[in-house]
Design a protein around this ligand. Structure first.
Ligand code: HEM
Length: 178
């Protein structure tokens, strides 16, 4: 795949992401104006939808790295993995994380005034998840420059971390144990 084609597809992914964000903002504003009293459950629904998209990406990306490690540097397969990784990060994972945070913080303020042990623990776990997100974004850059040094086993282990954090986060927010 040529450099120009890569740039075009990256540009298109950015355009789609921007359209998605604008649509979400307009839809949210409309919902808020039309039904201000039932906005909380709507905000929670958008939050959970974004969480699902974020988690899907966070589970898929390290799995792509596991396969990418085995592809010979400079091969067509390796270049295809680079495009897949970059698109997944830019078009899904980054916007989904932003929407999760924005709506999560709004829910925490509106519904709980930022009070509660479970909420503080949840925010801490989400900060860890966001740190992992940053680490994976750095890895996408390294793979893009053919500079990844980590073996497939490393990415297999990293692949389990979002699952563990997700289990903790969901138990905290649904059971609210403390
Ligand atoms: C800093 C980011 C986040 C904050 C501040 C936040 C905060 C909140 C709050 C306040 C609620 C409403 C709880 C209720 O009404 O009982 C909620 C719902 C929810 N959150 Fe988050 N959240 C964040 C990120 C996440 C993440 C990363 C996940 C999953 C991996 C997640 C999963 C959920 C689920 C499943 C619900 C629905 C719970 C229910 O209906 O009982 N949240 N969140």
């Amino acid at each position: 795949m040529t450099e120009t084609t890569n740039e075009n597809s990256a540009g298109q992914a950015m355009k789609r992401m921007l359209i998605g964000i604008v649509l979400l903002v307009v839809l949210t504003a409309l919902l808020f104006l039309v039904a201000p009293d039932s906005f909380y459950p709507w905000a929670k629904a958008i939050h959970v939808i974004a969480v699902i998209a974020w988690m899907a990406g966070m589970l898929y990306l390290p799995r792509l790295f596991v396969y990418h490690v085995d592809a010979e540097k400079g091969s067509e397969q390796s270049e295809t993995f680079k495009v897949m990784e970059r698109r997944l990060l830019r078009a899904i994972i980054n916007p989904a994380m932003t929407v999760t945070w924005v709506f999560g913080l709004w829910l925490a303020w509106k519904g709980f005034g930022f009070q509660g042990g479970w909420l503080h623990a949840k925010i801490l776990a989400v900060l860890l998840l966001s740190g992992l997100h940053g680490y994976l974004a750095g890895a996408v850059r390294k793979f893009a420059e053919d500079k990844n040094e980590k073996p497939a086993r490393h990415w297999r282990i990293v692949n389990e971390l979002p699952t563990l954090l997700m289990i903790v986060i969901v138990i905290l927010v649904i059971v609210k144990p403390f």
